[in-house]
Design a protein around this ligand. Structure first.
Ligand code: TYD
Ligand code: MG
Length: 457
């Protein structure tokens, strides 16, 4: 028998090379080359056809107007926050990848989604390569799931394929892609070539049978989904489950969605009875706010089309020796340094001899420039030890000259503030000019950071 040809594949980008190298020539990552069996040496049923190629189907080019409307259905999972992120529900034949840290709740959420689908009379199959059928039963009992669904504890993908072809389920979960393997390939489960081959097999299966499949993906320590980047290209939807394990909020974010908009955010809470949806996250995030303490400002961020109020906190305390400390949690440290410099130079708020700590309550991450003004106000409030009125919300982007710049989607942010009982909203003047304030809300348009501080304190 001819010796299997060994090659080396990069676990980050899938680049293949006949020799081992310390640095991947494809993506430049270090120490990612792993031993693999060259694709041509695989004597699998796919034979010489590379994984993601199909024999031609003889399809003809058609005029766009002649193609029939897509009537493929969207099945709502009836978990409102999951549907929001998916863009209304699962699509027939769609392949959806969910990544997240271990223990964040991927299996729990998907089991619950299966139960909801089964309740609507859909046929669902839950395949686990990580847990035994009895462990899944135990979890289902904990979650009070009694709906009929098929459970399969299996690692061999060929078996899974047969089951899906036999059962013809409407939806299936494969937990996780890293534990699935095709025996005809010599490399270990979780290796680049296994993941690539398995995913392309599942993708073909989805399109052929019309089954919607949820794939669970592990993440690496940098937070990316383990395996080749190609994995994310192949699937239709990529969702990330985020959240602090110390906290019970879980955020589900779409980073790719062929059937809906991205940047939608789903908010869940992990409870003793599984994942509960949080319909009113702003209310929840503000419920622990320490009213009457200095160094806190409320900001309304946008997550996709969804406004989300959050409490931005700052604490300044004198530095007794050495360099002042800046500790930032939930915002970009570079941006905070920039804002401190603007505060010092343009608004006379000296922090050169102060340690500054920034925290965004609820484990949220501020990535919008619109949060700048709230950060400045929080720092100034702590520095002056002056409290902001609890009915004030602040938003605006800050430029290097200390000017307050226009922010997008200002109207939606203001209505969310109004809905939660804020009576004064500080916004950039350029925005304020164009907006009609809702009942009971006073809009204050500001031009500069210094002016904002003089209005507030
Ligand atoms: P799990 O869904 O197994 O995470 P993943 O599949 O992403 O690795 O979630 C496991 C965690 O969730 C575990 O730490 C226990 C906790 N949990 C609850 O708090 N409540 C529950 O009802 C369940 C089922 C799990
Ligand atoms: Mg799991």
């Amino acid at each position: 028998m001819a010796k299997a040809k060994v090659c080396y594949a990069c676990s980050a980008c899938g680049y293949e090379s006949p020799k081992w190298t310390g640095r991947c020539p494809g993506c430049g990552a270090w120490n990612t080359m792993e031993e693999a069996i060259a694709a041509a040496a695989d004597k699998g049923p796919a034979g010489k056809i590379a994984a993601n190629q199909r024999p031609g189907t003889g399809a003809k080019a058609m005029l766009l107007k002649d193609i029939p409307e897509d009537t493929s259905l969207r099945i709502p999972t009836e978990i409102s926050e999951l549907d929001r992120v998916l863009g209304g529900g699962i699509v027939e034949g769609g392949l959806m990848l969910i990544g997240g840290d271990p223990g964040i709740g991927k299996s729990t959420l998907l089991l619950q989604a299966c139960a909801r689908l089964a309740r609507q009379g859909k046929r669902v199959l839950y395949v686990s390569g990580e847990e035994s059928a009895r462990q899944i039963k135990l979890r289902a009992t904990r979650l009070d799931i009694t709906e009929p669904m098929y459970i399969l504890a299996e690692n061999a993908l060929d078996e899974v394929e047969n089951k899906i072809r036999d059962l013809q389920p409407d939806a299936a979960v494969i937990d996780s892609i890293q534990t699935m393997y095709r025996p005809e390939m010599a490399s270990a489960p979780g290796s680049v070539s296994q993941i690539r081959e398995s995913t392309s097999l599942i993708m073909r299966l989805c399109k052929e049978t019309g089954t919607s499949v949820f794939l669970v993906g592990h993440v690496t320590k940098d937070g990316a989904i383990a395996g080749p980047r190609m994995l994310e290209h192949m699937v239709d939807v990529v969702l990330y489950f985020e959240g602090d394990r110390q906290q019970d909020y879980r955020l589900l974010r779409a980073v790719k969605n062929r059937f809906g908009s991205v940047n939608e955010l789903g908010v869940f809470r992990m409870t003793g009875k599984g994942m509960q949806t949080v319909e009113n996250p702003s209310e929840e995030l503000l419920s622990h706010r320490a009213k009457g303490a200095s160094g806190s400002a409320v900001f309304c961020g946008m997550e996709g089309s969804r406004p989300l109020l959050c409490d931005v906190q700052a604490l300044t305390s004198p530095t007794y020796f050495g360099t002042p400390r800046r500790t930032v949690n939930g915002a970009d440290a570079g941006r905070v340094a920039l804002l401190l410099a603007v505060l010092e130079k343009r608004a006379g708020q000296k922090t050169y001899n102060q340690d500054v700590y920034i925290n965004v309550a609820g484990g949220l991450e501020l990535s919008e420039p619109a949060a700048d003004l709230a950060l400045c106000v929080a720092v100034a409030s702590s520095l002056k030890d002056r409290t902001l009125s609890p009915e004030v919300a602040v938003m605006g982007e800050v430029g290097l000259a200390g000017e307050v710049r226009t922010i997008p989607q200002c109207e939606r942010r203001i209505s969310e503030c109004a809905r939660l009982g804020f009576t004064t909203v500080i916004v950039p003047r350029s925005n304020a000019r164009r907006i009609h304030a809702p009942e009971g809300v006073t809009l204050i348009g500001v031009d500069t950071v210094a002016q904002t501080l003089s209005v507030l304190f």
